[in-house]
Design a binder for this molecule. Structure first.
Ligand code: TYD
Ligand code: MG
Length: 453
């Protein structure tokens, strides 16, 4: 009998501990440690993977990469986010809120891939009828192989028989393996299932697409380990109730990270939006205090995004809430606003939101967030044709951002007339269509806002 060892793994960050504790020592999350049984025998392969070809020793310089052509998903936007398509032997993890369109997207992609390759769709959540109904709705007529199954060993056995080029597991949290005795969706089940599937994929040069659930906080449910194991991690962003969905690559061994693609949910599945530049603006007829537009540049394309702030007299301890932006950064921005912009918010609730449910991680949003907060507090309406970007440092200096000229030309193309930007980014020769307001320190931007509106 193999000896067993017990470990406690954090559901949030995947750190392992020898002892149970109420709080994870690594990420400091409360109540996230889960007991898992680690088998001492790690040298032998699990039964389900026994008859796979063994890996051989090769000279790196002699390995030909010529035949590494990428498999297209039929959706050019998705291909771009993947870095040009799916790579042989790679594992892609797709996460997102329930109902956001993960299964829909994958079914659409499989239909295109299926024209030249065998594909296997494994669903642990839906029955054959449900999936077939969806494919009829999407107008798909492809011979995609389908099983409704959660038992991993059975799935691997079937895969060896039919040898598909692409396997989809919908979702990894529903899978169970004989190697683990804990409940489906628990850390050890997710980890063991993903490990076996990944091993299978690498050795047979199959492409594996894992669909994953996310927690309320937006992280992938189950251990972070899942993110380390796979080659590419894609996240769905956007409101499940809204029309637009953004797919973002947060990790990619075969392409650029932070690359995004935009889709619109329609009656016939997800439609690509090839020019998403201005779809995230709120299009309010009469502008109100607290909103301002910025140009973000996600990987390879500029995107216009509207930031809204609401500052209101606090009733009790002051609240700071940010949706779509970093919460810690908001505290920092408020402190800089007070110290270097003369805007005090210690007795005010501050709410900041990005329109359209998209996430912004760029520090270039600092200036816009701060101006929106000042605008709401002072009740000053920022004109609709103003735009801003810039990173603000702790001493109130406004720092330059990357690709400023590209951002400016996009703003100009969309009809913006005033651009409040870092002085270091200001073009030497001013363009005719747009007025440039170069800013060196935060207080200049605040003064411009108060004097010109
Ligand atoms: P789904 O792919 O099942 O989401 P997930 O797998 O991420 O949970 O998508 C479900 C939502 O999409 C559902 O609310 C219905 C909607 N939908 C459409 O609006 N049009 C369509 O053509 C399809 C297939 C779904
Ligand atoms: Mg689904």
């Amino acid at each position: 009998m193999a000896k067993t060892k017990i470990e406690f793994v954090c559901r949030e960050c995947g750190a392992s501990h020898y002892q149970w504790a109420g709080q994870c020592l690594e990420c400091e999350a409360w109540n996230t440690l889960e007991e898992i049984v680690v088998s001492q025998v790690t040298s032998s392969r699990p039964e389900s993977l026994k008859d796979l070809p063994a890996s051989k020793v090769q000279n790196l310089s002699e390995i030909s990469t010529e035949n590494k052509t990428r498999l297209t998903t039929g959706l050019s936007e998705l291909d771009r986010t993947l870095g040009g398509g799916l790579v042989d032997g790679s594992v892609v993890l797709i996460g997102g809120d329930p109902g956001i369109g993960k299964s829909t997207l994958i079914l659409q992609a499989l239909a295109a891939i299926n024209r030249s390759n065998v594909t296997l769709y494994v669903s642990g959540e839906e029955s054959a009828e449900q999936v077939s109904e969806r494919s009829i709705r999407l107008g798909i007529k492809a011979d995609i192989l389908f099983i409704s199954e959660t038992h991993l060993e059975k799935i691997l056995k079937i895969s060896k028989e039919v040898q598909p080029k692409v396997i989809v597991i919908d979702s990894i949290q529903t899978m169970v393996t004989d190697l683990s005795t804990s409940a489906p969706g628990s850390v050890s089940q997710v980890r063991d299932c993903a490990a076996q599937l990944t091993q299978y994929t690498k050795q047979t040069h199959t492409i594996l697409i894992l669909i994953g659930h996310v927690t309320k906080g937006g992280a992938l449910a189950g251990p972070r380990i899942l993110e380390h194991m796979v080659d590419t991690v894609l996240y769905f962003e956007g409101d499940a109730g809204g029309r637009y969905r953004v797919i973002r690559a947060v990790k990619n061994r075969y392409g650029a990270v932070n690359e995004i693609s935009v889709f619109a949910m329609s009656g016939k599945g997800l439609q690509q939006v090839s020019n998403p530049s201005s779809i995230f603006l709120s299009n309010q007829k009469t502008p109100s205090p607290g909103s301002m537009v910025m140009v973000v540049r996600e990987a390879t394309r500029p995107l216009l995004i509207e930031i809204q702030a609401l500052v209101d007299q606090a009733n009790g301890p002051a609240k700071r809430v940010s949706v779509g932006l970093d919460q810690n950064r908001l505290s920092l921005q408020l402190a800089i606003l007070h110290k270097h912009g003369g805007i005090a918010t210690f007795d005010q609730d501050v709410f900041v939101n990005v329109v359209g449910g998209i996430k912004v991680s760029e520090t270039a949003s600092d200036l816009v967030v701060m101006m929106a907060i000042a605008s709401s507090l002072r009740d000053k309406v920022i004109p609709k044709d103003w735009i801003a970007f810039g990173e603000v440092g702790l001493s109130g200096e406004v720092r330059p951002v990357f690709n400023a000229s590209e951002r400016l030309s996009e703003a100009q193309k969309q009809g913006f007339k005033v651009a409040i930007i870092p002085k270091a980014n200001a073009p030497k020769k001013a363009d005719k269509g747009i007025k440039i307001v170069p800013i060196e320190f935060l207080n200049q931007a605040i003064r411009y806002l108060i004097e010109s509106t």
